[in-house]
Design a protein around this ligand. Sequence first.
Ligand SMILES: Nc1ccn([C@@H]2O[C@H](COP(=O)(O)OP(=O)(O)OP(=O)(O)O)[C@@H](O)[C@H]2O)c(=O)n1
Ligand SMILES: C[C@](O)(CO)[C@H](O)COP(=O)(O)O
Length: 256
Amino acid sequence: MSADSGPPPRPRPRVTAAVLAGGVGARMGGTRPKQLLPLAGRPVVEHAIAAFCAAPEVDDVIVLMVADHIPEVEKIVAHREYRKVSRVLPGGATRTATSAATLRALEQAGDDELVLLHDAARPLVAPEVIRSCVEALGTADAVGVAVPSSDTVVEAGAGPSGAEVIQNVPPRASLRRMQTPQGFRLGVIRRAYELALADPDLVATDDCGVVLRYLPEVPVRLVAGAESNIKVTHPGDIDVAEALLRLRGGTAGGTR
Ligand SMILES: Nc1ccn([C@@H]2O[C@H](COP(=O)(O)OP(=O)(O)OP(=O)(O)O)[C@@H](O)[C@H]2O)c(=O)n1
Ligand SMILES: C[C@](O)(CO)[C@H](O)COP(=O)(O)O
């Protein structure tokens, strides 16, 4: 080796993807959680499992599922031979609690390992989005996937008559809509969640927000998401996801 070849590259940290499927799908309605509804012939949750199993950047996949439905996911995993899936575990009562359960499940892992937290309700996550999230984690400790807002976004509140009125119009050019995956060096997201879970006023709608709030000194890098990376939330979103998948031709992941 020549004297100026620099330090050897750091070994690639292990990457675990966690598919968060602990929600009940209240906005979707129906009797079963939306992640079990059929989408292009497979349950919604299977699309995200397939995508992360097919991603060469991902070493291990865990699924956090509504406890009563764990056997259904285990059956999918066994039947389709998703070999990277190591565990199907119970989620928590809120999305934040499910993220915290993910971190508890990874308590044996080192602080330098990486974790990607992904909504099972985003079945169309594309391979290039997973890749750019993991690549960004080579130089950042927290990474979110986001798209610019093409709509004007306003802050709303109650006006003098009680009816809803606009209270503020933030400049659109700086606004982004957050998606998943959101990726973290484990030591960082662990520390953020330790602080968050000790806060009686904790309110969070995503994991990057938890890092921003509790570890403001850690920059949260943004990488490009995709308009097609929709979150199946309301009735009708399944039809939109079906149409997008048809355009793409199959599942998000395609292979195991
Ligand atoms: N206790 C929860 C709540 C949500 N999620 C997951 O977080 C993702 C985004 O949440 P959301 O779309 O809100 O799903 P639900 O909570 O199921 O929907 P709703 O709020 O309409 O009940 C979904 O994959 C959902 O399964 C979770 O793992 N654990
Ligand atoms: C994490 C998220 O998908 C980013 O947009 C979103 O905040 C999840 O919100 P939900 O109410 O749990 O669907």
